[in-house]
Design a protein. Sequence first.
Length: 700
Amino acid sequence: MQPSGQNERADASSTLEVGFSVPSEGAGLVVRDNVERHQFKLQTPSPVAPTPTDIARFSLPTDAAVSIQTDRIGVAANTVVCVRDETGSMLAQVDQEETERLDDGTYCLELFGAVKTYLKVAGSLTIDPKPLETVLSFEDETVVHVGARSSHESPATTITTTGNPYDVMRGVSAFSSALKTTSVERSYPTLRGHPPLLELGDELRIPDGLRTPETGVRIELPPTLRHIFVATPLAYYLGAPLVPGTSPRLVTDSGFVHEFDGPHGFEKAVAQALKRTFFLDCVVRTEGIYNVALHERQTVESRIDIDVPALYDAPLSEQLSRYFDVPYETISDLVPEWKLTTHVAPEPDNIELLPFVTNDLAVVRTPSGTEVPKSEVQAAVVDDFLRDEFVRSTGPTTTDETYVRPHSADSVEQAWVGEGTPVGASKATPTAYRNRLQRKPTTGDIGITVVCNDQEMLDESDIVDDVYGSREDLTFDVDAHYNLTRSELRAVLAEPTDFLHYIGHIDDGGFQCRDGKLDARRLTEVNAGAFLLNACQSYEQGLELVEAGAIGGIVTLSEVVNSQAVGVGRTIARLLNIGFPLQTSLDIVQKDSDIGHQYVVVGDGSLSVVQAESGVAVFCEVEQTGDDRYSLSYHAYPTSRCGPGSLIIPAFPRNDQYYLASQRITDIELNEDELIEFLSLEQLPVFHDERLYWDDGFLS
């Protein structure tokens, strides 16, 4: 397999979290997030020579910057451009339709692309959102300063705590030191820093220099690990210390009290408090630095009497008092589908997970689910096996695993941290999250490694060859291996790569190789970021890959029939190739495949192999409602680039409103021409009549 796309010449900034390069062919500047492996291209009419410049030129946080000279810059279509003056005041926001012309002045432009990018320029400026690209043009060739910031967040320090609940309370109360603001703008993902790490030790040690905000808000809790685990993400978001109390409640210095004793119990009450506060902050913040037409604000204002401008300037205690006056049922249908619900057993060994679930603003529950018989997990494979199709195992597997299906949660992803193997949720581990934090900046193409260790399964490797690296906007290095020995497979696993797609046999003894079996329990180094082990009963071996260095992967819970596994492998490859995270890729597969429920994610399910074109991962459902009439449902999933609180502006016709990412937008009425035009903008998975399509082929 040959690399797809052109290599780029990297400059000296390539060792930083953010780097800049010029393409080996064509003209322009490529801005790279070297940790998250995202890139954003600025097209110019002639070649440019970037030179390093001072990041202090930019008022917003910037990791690195260069200067170029040009009279025109083109960026991807539908890139939102926010224009500010030197004081930071917004002058204009250009999205899909209106051309903006600005007279002589000094401007800072924020580009909402695959990498957070800023331009600073002096002179007159025109911003023209054309159908195929957004064009920024200047009257003459001028110096343009280009700054960028990585979306990767690293904890500033580590807090040590004992397993004593009083110590844990004090330790997690310091998480809010990572907030970059305590205003409603903390609902933007880039203004929430990663909480400090937490590790178990023999005494409580909070490093000097951690400064927690004085918000006048606290959360009183019975001193138990269960109460602490559940309340930690809310405490972090509000900048509210956890203090011992007889009953769980939210208290402000102004006298407001909210009891966490709702009709569905403590955990549900805390989850609703987090969602309510976060959502209404997203509504109120539209009075601030990004003054946009937000669909959710307009709908909220049509339902309740809410003074958004007054709330924007009010102290947090007053905001909370007003927020909790709003019946949750009034806004519950507007709250975007939550990114993550994590089921965490309240045990000392799981304390170290708290910074990571808090960074995701996860809803935290204690593990609760229904045991699933092994026969049910394997039911779909049995019928096919009786039709003499071969399965991807070399012999019988023995497992004493207990399978459990977590109780349903209103979230995009569910993670399970407790006893048993989850069905319908990822198996999260502290090691996976730590591995992601330790991800080093790397330059060059996105690395894809394909291993096919069985000649009878070559059909899948041929499919993968056609899929990986097929995007024109990204450069890939796809490396394929066949029929490896144990030592060869061990060497491949140790080589750095963004994604490993394994096709072959796995059983109790490990990966089947040409000269025997390689047991992942004996590996000391794995440098694949993500993986798919498309083999039978690969769950245990996948967990071991995470323990040895990987971040997350998709594995199987049982035997899988080869012909169906080929289909699953193809679908997962296509989804990952357009930017879907691991867990949401699997969600789509489970809608489309009879054996999808036999696959599960181990490690960090939020990991994406490549960037999504629009920042969020999108799939659509289309229903024909009449002659030349269709109803479209638009489902946007969060990614590492667009976490909770991000904004989207879908490109369907006649839309000029922003929505909160992770929102489901339904009942969009289109005629056939409009539907074809919308589906041509980017490659999207589309469900129609319970079948998955990758374009408008269902219309023919």
